[in-house]
Design a protein around this ligand. Sequence first.
Ligand code: FES
Length: 138
Amino acid sequence: MNVNFMCGLRSTFWSISRRKIDCVASSQVSYISARNSSDIPKNTIAHIYSASSQPENGRIYDYKPFRMRLYPKKDYHWCLCGYSKSQPLCDGTHKLPQYKCTLKPIKFQVEEEDDYYLCNCKQTKLRPFCDGTHKTLL
Ligand code: FES
């Protein structure tokens, strides 16, 4: 399935051929301000991987989350460093020596198929999901 979406503030349209990943234009994202923090999903495998507890945050990629359709029992790797060109997911850029990056991506899964808001500011306390922290950064 070919999906076109706008990536971040750069107004760049990307075309990807990935089954089961649906992205929407960032201008269409409705933010989670009305949601309670208890409504924010949890990374069901965070306790398994030490990378989940890295204390540092990455650089700010964007000041709004990215909505993606995610599927259960599938591994995703959320970009923490903020350098990936495939935001909000990791593309391995953190390994390039010129970035001198020590941050690792956050491996995560979800419990049910749904649209999820993934953090793009990289400052969320509930990695990889947006917790509204981006609104305090502007
Ligand atoms: S984009 Fe909302 S907390 Fe990072």
